[in-house]
Structures are given as C-alpha cells and as structure tokens.
Design a protein around this ligand. Structure first.
Ligand code: R5P
Length: 298
C-alpha cells in the first residue's frame, strides 16, 4: 500500500473512516472554524504525498468554499497528488442552458473543482447530456463508478422487474437484472418542472403480479419515483420498491413515497440518510481509489 491518507470534515467522518479502513490508509480530520460573519477557516494535519479528501457534496452551496480551502490546506501540508472522493457530484443535472440567461452550473462547478484536485472519484454521476466528464472538470480524470450491482443485490429481491424511469436509466435496469436476476423495463420521462414529471408508456404488462424495483441515480423531490410507482401499481405490480444511488430527499418526501404505496426505499451511503442500505467504501477502495493512489492512469 502506498503512503496515503483519507482526510474529511467531521460531518463526513464515519464514511471517510470506512473508506480509510477499506484502503488500509490513515484517516485525518480536517478542521473547520466559522468566523462570526460566517466565513470558513480550514486547517489540515500533515498530509501524505498522495492524499484523498472525502466529501459528501449534497447541499453543495455551503460546502464548496470549505472544500476548495481544504484542498489548499492539504497541498500546503504536503499532498502532491490530491484526489477528491465525492460519491455524489452535484450540479451535473444543470448540464445545459435550459432557459436563456442561465449559468451552465455543471461547467462552473467542474472548473472550480478541477482546478483544486488532480482527480475525482464519484459514483453514478448524472450523465444525461454530458458525454465527457473529464472535460467538464477542466480535463482532470474523473472515475465514475457504478453502484447498480450493489443496490440490486442489497434488496435480495426474488425475480424482480427492475424499472428505469427514463431512457438514461435503462442501462442500469438491464445491469441490475444481469447482476441480481429478474428482468427489466423502462419508461420515457418528460420533466415539466422541479416537482412535475410525466412518464410515458413502459411495457407495464411485464410487471403484472411481479415485484417491481424502480432504479434511479437520484431522488430529490420524489416526483419521478411517485409517478413511476403509481403507473406500476395501476399495472398490477405485486409490490413496488425503489433503489437510488443518491438519497437527496428530506423526511417529508420519504413519508410521501411510502404513502404512495412504495414498500422499501434503498440507497447507497453516498449521502448519510435513513434509507442507506449499501455501503460504498469497498467499491471505492477496490474499483477506484487504489489505482488512483498508486498513480496509475485512471
Ligand atoms: C433525472 O432525470 C434523474 O435521473 C432523476 O430521475 C431525478 O433527478 C429525480 O428527481 P426527482 O426526485 O425530483 O424527480
């Protein structure tokens, strides 16, 4: 094992420690002080030449400045090669100018993060209209891992139908069926607003009398999952569960999902959440970070 360490702010301590254990690396907390006016002051312990900064980047507006300050602190403490481990990468849904006058958030965020880190590891990045993630992050290598097998196996479903709520999720539903058995089908989705979606026809006959599992990268407002669940129940599914990589939703949405007839809700621990059912540390350590820390090409 190369000399490496995983650094994280307190709020990310548990997941970052799990990652450090999986890597056989040291863990070191990052210090965060808030001045009375709300500005952050960040301090790092001495850093290994190859270091990771682990950060769950939900609610990113408040986290971006401390993240960039932490990168600087770690460089000053000796990190020559600094990898950001952000299992959830925000702003990737704003991947084009949808309305004239809007900022292109993906590229603004990507350029800022790319300027501070040598590489980025993430999971199930939102790639609807993004072809080249490296380019969006200023040319830095971005390793985008899949949590589909982990999620598909975490549910221990018996002969499920994995359901893609939109065309972009189809490859995940197919991969889930390959990994955990069962079959898959998919909807077509049109988004009308932050909390309004319309789902077009899926081959709903495929779900009659079966356990349906809707698979998505993100649940935020819950509109996508609720709309898919309603169609599946109307089509005669015996049960509807959901599995998402990134649980961005608050408790009120969780209650609404359960109230809409969804049985179980599973998520990865990319964001700490009551629905977490699959830990990412082994995936991150085995599939992604070890080669990165050893400075192999991504
Ligand atoms: C977008 O298409 C994503 O893949 C998700 O389906 C979306 O972000 C879910 O958002 P919401 O829960 O607000 O429908």
């Amino acid at each position: 094992m190369t000399a490496a360490a995983v650094h994280a702010f307190d709020r990310d301590g548990p997941a970052a420690r799990r990652l450090a254990r999986a890597l056989g690396a040291a863990f070191a907390p990052i210090g965060l002080h808030r001045f009375p006016d709300g500005e952050s002051s960040v301090s790092a312990a001495p850093a290994a030449a190859v270091s990771c900064l682990y950060s769950a980047l939900n609610r990113p507006d408040a986290k971006l400045a401390p993240l960039l300050l932490a990168a600087d602190a770690l460089r000053r403490r000796g990190a020559d090669r600094l990898i950001l481990v952000a299992p959830y990468l925000p702003y990737l849904r704003q991947d084009r100018v949808f309305v004239p006058g809007q900022a292109l958030s993906r590229d603004v965020f990507g350029r800022a993060v790319g300027s501070a880190f040598d590489g980025i590891i993430t999971v199930q990045a939102h790639m609807h209209r993004t072809r080249d993630l490296d380019a969006a992050f200023g040319g830095r290598p971005v390793l985008n891992l899949s949590a589909v097998t982990l999620l598909a196996q975490a549910g221990r479903w018996n002969d499920p139908v994995f359901v893609a709520p939109d065309i972009e999720a189809e490859s995940w539903a197919r991969a889930a069926a390959d990994a955990a058995g069962g079959t898959w089908t998919g909807f077509r989705k049109v988004r009308d607003g932050d909390r309004e979606v319309r789902l077009g026809p899926a081959r709903v006959d495929a779900v009659r009398g079966r356990q349906a599992v809707i698979l998505d990268d993100i649940c935020s407002s819950g509109a996508t999952l609720m709309s898919a669940a309603a169609s599946l129940r109307a089509a005669g599914a015996a049960g509807v569960d959901v599995a998402v990589a990134h649980a961005l939703f608050p408790p009120v949405v969780q209650a609404r999902l359960l109230g809409a007839g969804i049985g179980r809700i599973l998520s990865t621990d990319s964001i700490p959440h009551p629905t977490n059912a699959a830990r990412l540390a082994p995936l991150l350590a085995q599939a992604g970070i070890s080669p990165l820390l050893l400075a192999s090409p991504l």
